[in-house]
Design a protein around this ligand. Sequence first.
Ligand code: ZN
Length: 679
Amino acid sequence: MRLLSYLLIIAVIGFFTACSNKEEERMGVIDKSTVSKAIKLMKEKHKNAEDWRIEKGALQVASFWKEVDGSKKEYIQFCVDNFVSDSNALDLAFSRLTKYFESLNGHMTRIALDFSWFIHVDEGEATPVDLMFSGYDVSANISNDFFNNKIAFYTILNFPFFSLDEKNDLGKNWTRKQWAYARIGDYFTSRVPSDLLLKIGEVASKADNYISNYNIFVGFLVDDKGNTFFDKTKKLITHWNLRDEIKAQYANPGGLAGQKMIYEVMNRIITQTIPVNVINSNEYSWNPVANKIFKDGRESDFKAEPNTRYQYLLDNFKARSACDKFNPVYKTYIERQFDRDMEMPQKEVEQLFVKLVSSPTVRKVAALIKQRLGRDLQPFDIWYDGFKARSTISDVELSAITKAKYPDSKAFAADMPNILKKLGFDDVMANRLASLIEVDPSRGAGHAMGAQMKSEKARLRTRIGKDGMDYKGYNIAVHEFGHNVEQTIDLQDIDYYPMNGVPNTAFTEAMAFLFQKRDLDLLGIKNDDPMKEYLLALDNFWASYEIMGVSLVDMNVWKWLYENPNADAEQLKDAVIRISKEIWNKYYAPVFGVKDQPILAIYSHMIDYPLYLSAYPVGHVIELQLDRYMKGKNFATELTRSLLGGRLTPKFWMMNAVGSEVSVQATIDASEEALTFVK
Ligand SMILES: [Zn+2]
């Protein structure tokens, strides 16, 4: 399942900057000597102020200043007049900004909630005008306005930005208030012209559309003898459904041939040797191994897909890198994804992943899989799905229980205090938290939306059928409820508003998974399979091994793109294939005994959500660290304590939560432990 991302508007303000009239106008028109002059005058006026504050503020304001903002003289005057040196006055400025930003974010979120109501909530008919409102981004021009009216410059001048390195270094001596000051410094870190932002949206939605409509009719795949292996009606989206079909076939004793066939399809997609006629079409039968297509039993000529896949990736690169020069702080898309959004340097994430994929545990788990399969490993066994604990109760029985318990969304809402008490919250806290979460019937599978101001409530959207909530819906509802509890504690009980939230989306997902894992306990059902935990550890380890390799490919492709900005789609394709084989040969070939496989390049998110993939494995790593740490402790107490770390960087958040930084060690340890039990 795709990670749901609930970015705080506050964090997004910087993304939606625009300068309305003169889009092409350069930033940073203030030269060094003008900055020096401003600094000199500021120091003369503010004798008690710390030099670094004056210097950082003046420099950072200069880096965003455009001609339209005023002359050099006006820049100097702005800095001298608006710099707040006295610490009490700065505190006052902080509390005012905090109040205003809470109101802004809170109301923007409230409007977005109202405008998307009939699209998200299963209430009445969704009409064309509802779609128009839900597609409108009311906050799109705020950052633009705030540069124009100079609120952004005032904020930058007095609460300057600290880089991730600075936060991770200086942060160890910061008070909570200093952290909160630094978080305000993150509000305005870019000033990208609106036409460039529109372009990103346009390219992203085209890439998304390409992926969303890339289906393979697997029932029309044939081998050399004309045998088919799947149902004629089976239409699988690339790559998720194709991958899931490979997974599903492990339960089928004769599934190997079908798995091999789908694997060939994936290779054809990566190498773009796939016939265009078989994409999203069942007009032809296709032998993916020989790469021949047939109609009415006769072979036909075909054209291969003309590198379309890589053209979309390239378009994404071009649109995103075009914004680099309007980001004085995070200068590349790689930095924006890792340093800014994930708040973990790309190099560090890479090292984290390499540590796991090159660990000796991989070979041990692989040997166990080989033994369980009774055959040599195939490259697609990166998706081995055999470490699943069999539930002692069927889905049908579980659904009967959940449907009786939750006939409608009101019943779930009424039960929230009990759920929280079962998780270890005391009565007062359980009732209070539940009163701050509103449950609405969802049109989709479900989602959670946090409030951004204390006077608003978080929303839990859950899908309930006419005959009540089935088990799948319940399982998702518990996951979303985990998001809501995180959002609510992080907003309502946090010490400083700018610290509200978690370091990145991987953290809120980790929280939601910790809830989801306990769904049967919450129903009062004890899963009596003693192997459950060990199987889960191995399943998690093997899934991490796979997705971390995919993420390494994704990162290396983007590094290559930045080194080769003028490459065409053909060159990009060659590079992706080369990079994926390199990663394979380094970390997978020694385990699988097969070289030169490009399979790690199959992930669709590589094309439509560039550099997002790393969030998944980081989320699982964090989840496991938290889970192991919480074992034997009160879940609610530990959860609350961890959450009140708020918007520390991941490094400090984890230190506060579990006493160590983000690390794959817990994932490895859990597997090593499991290996002694699972045979
Ligand atoms: Zn989630």
